[in-house]
Design a binder for this molecule. Structure first.
Ligand SMILES: NC(=O)c1ccc[n+]([C@@H]2O[C@H](COP(=O)([O-])OP(=O)(O)OC[C@H]3O[C@@H](n4cnc5c(N)ncnc54)[C@H](OP(=O)(O)O)[C@@H]3O)[C@@H](O)[C@H]2O)c1
Length: 216
């Protein structure tokens, strides 16, 4: 997975193709979308028209909140593949721990099956609390052997110096889960923070570069 990604939250369907094409042109090789963002199609068109080999682009999408549960999730994977116009998705995340344990566990089983079927390469979660991660680990242990070994590859959270989540970071390290930050620039809201400003000055970098380095 490329370490830096281009996020498309709140990017309207009308402009998505254009901005993702521009992102690919400037060197991004990971595109982060979600069914909920309603812009998978634009991401897919930009990827198709980029001329970049499919294997060099890493595509992440996420399960919509109203698609929790085994059958709905299996159908949602098909919907995402169709919208993106792709034969496989690199990373499929459960967007957030919506619903109840049965729905969350059913979604995970469907995603693990999608990996076995070659529709998705890796799966993970987003916005899961520690108790949700524990619930998922208990569920994985009950799965048949073909699905049990599919790992929680990635967990995506808002992560930056004002939200460092030490409990989640420790859990991820212990369980070999790759942590992925969203909002690594603290949504642009801390650009005038005095400590950040003084670090930027000291290292002759922008505040955004300091925050990216912290994440890395
Ligand atoms: N899993 C989830 O639940 C979840 C939730 C939220 C987001 N995400 C993903 O994470 C991605 C990134 O999150 P994000 O965009 O909210 O957070 P972010 O990257 O921390 O912040 C983006 C904000 O920072 C500003 N900014 C960016 N670069 C800047 C620079 N060099 N100088 C000054 N300002 C700069 C942007 O301003 P302008 O708007 O003016 O450019 C924008 O307002 C999303 O697009 C989405 O793919 C996932």
């Amino acid at each position: 997975m490329p370490v830096i990604g281009y996020g498309t939250y709140e990017t309207s369907p009308e402009i998505t193709q254009k901005v993702v094409a521009e992102a690919l042109k400037s060197g991004y090789r990971q595109i982060d979308t979600a069914a909920f963002y309603n812009n998978e199609a634009g991401c897919g068109l930009a990827i198709a028209q980029s001329g970049i080999p499919r294997g060099e682009i890493f595509v992440t999408t996420k399960l919509a909140p109203n698609k929790m549960g085994n059958e709905a999730t299996a159908a949602a994977v098909e919907d995402s593949l169709r919208e993106l116009g792709l034969k496989y998705i690199d990373l499929y995340l459960i967007h957030a721990p919506f619903g109840n344990p049965e729905a969350r566990n059913g979604s995970w089983t469907a995603l693990a099956q999608a990996v076995v079927d070659g529709k998705v390469k890796s799966i993970g979660v987003s916005n899961y609390g520690l108790h949700h991660l524990d619930e998922l680990q208990r569920h994985r242990a009950t799965l048949p052997s073909s699905l049990k070994d599919i790992p929680i590859s990635v967990a995506q959270y808002e992560l930056h110096p004002w939200m460092p989540r030490p409990d989640i970071v420790t859990y991820a390290a212990k369980n070999s889960i790759v942590l992925q930050a969203f909002g690594p620039l603290a949504l642009g809201k801390k650009s005038t923070d005095l400590t950040l400003q003084s670090l930027a000055k000291k290292h002759n970098k922008t505040w955004a570069q300091i925050l990216l380095r912290w994440s890395l």
